[in-house]
Design a protein. Sequence first.
Length: 593
Amino acid sequence: MPSQHVISLGLSRRLADFLVEEELLSAANLTEALDAQKKGGEKLGSLLIEKGFIEEEKLLQFLAEKTGISYVSLADLGEISEEAISAVPESIARQKMLMPFNKTKDRLTVAIADPLDVMILDDLKMQLGCDVVGCLASEAEISAAHDKYYKQETSQEALEDIVKQQSDNEAAAEGLEQVEEKADKAEAGLEKAAEDAPVIKMVNLIIAGAVKAHASDIHIEAYAKDLRIRYRIDGVLHEQPSPPKKFHAAICARVKIMSNLNIAERRVPQDGRMRLKLEGKEIDMRVSVLPCAPGEKIVTRILDSSGLKVNMTQLGFEPEAMAVFKKAMEAPYGVALVTGPTGSGKSTTLYSALSNLNTPDTNIMTAEDPVEYQLQGINQVQINNQVGLTFPAALRSFLRQDPDVIMVGEIRDAETATIAINAALTGHLVFSTLHTNDTSQTITRLGMMGVEPFLVSSAMLMIEAQRLLRAICPKCKEGYEVEKDWLLKLGVPEVQLQAAIGAGQKKITLFKGKGCENCAGTGYRGRQGLYEVMEVTDAIRQLILDRASAKQIKTQSMKQGMLTLRMCAVRKLLGGLTTAEEMMRVTAADGDT
């Protein structure tokens, strides 16, 4: 998946024009970046680097020259003195995105990421009571310096400290145990326990730890004798240090209060949302509470909008697949389906596609359950089955709202599918999702729903299936050699192997991560998308009308040049982006292709 922006600086239009005048940037690239800025509201400097129009170091050096601020590379400075580090508290350094690196008797020199934010140095000068000088540096280097020099208390140590604080207060600890035993009746006691400082600290620590680890979900689970907390990082669950079981009821109550749920209701599932601000960043979270035998289980989905509205080429599409997807996006009408299991990145793909289509002359409407991310310029409808606002009801209303592009969060039944297809046949471009394993099985799934083959064949433009594959950590990546025959036994097509290593070669170099702090010892950091994109050609339409099997449709698609999920994974394996183990884990069901 796409990486985070490495800098967060703004860039005035005048400075951008200077870039063009000095031939560091083309006028066409500036225009494209400005158009993208109008759509997404991101800072211009970040967009120029994200799109590859200018190197970060060149832009920083240019800004340093124009603003009269020195440019410094923290990586080249060597060790920073303890005196400089202690001059600025960690909370301020992270919030303001700055790093102190030189301290004299009456002057502190700090690295800042944005030279146009004139308030940073003034605020710091007032807080510290000394002269502060700023130098321009990369945000990536500043963040790395934070992690290196500010000693982080481990989650285990922090939890032990919090538990000790609570244990020191015997009355409070006794009250917690009583709440745990009588939680069904003790609503007032439960609310009081949830507002205790140690419980608040615990919940904040759990959430902050998940955000820092780039987790997508937090699982809080109760068992007979203990409490378990797990983070889903890059699609895999990792167990975390957990507080004692006696804190379970209070933690659940605290999360419910934060997400505006009923703390006394423990018999039925509840869903809610919360918004927090961590290190200057707004974090949206979706909360699901489920009653289980030992106690309630809470799963919190962390919604990170920074991965949305990205350039489609950054998602990991192979060139052939990207060409088919773009062709469907440019069509005046028809249905384009994005399929895959929960957590496979379907929302990111759809939102990125919609953002590329989001122009002032296009009316885009979506029906979602729930609306996870709010996008500027797009009309989003939250489905509410309890009041009758279902997917079919929303779609019928959409057709009276003069839309150009419609997105249906999920096709769950024949009625929704039929209305979506009819909308496409009457001149609308329709995007939606479906839970299937691959592209060809989508046709079978629609048939099982009761959708007539002639409707599917008439409206369908493209079907895309996807997965997310863990990428090797770049900081501990190392190569090793394997025999060609070993890869052939794994199901790697010989044609792809020959193209990668050449004729006559018997060994090939693969890569893996040995584990480091950057990847928490897993050897993986971040994920890459795998995309199987099937263009619905006349040959495929005929097979749909003939009610052909999924295997026949897939065979024909591959003859047309479609890359399967396994083929895409092999490309990433041979390109050094992932490991053989990860390829097999994610595409095991696709191994016969």
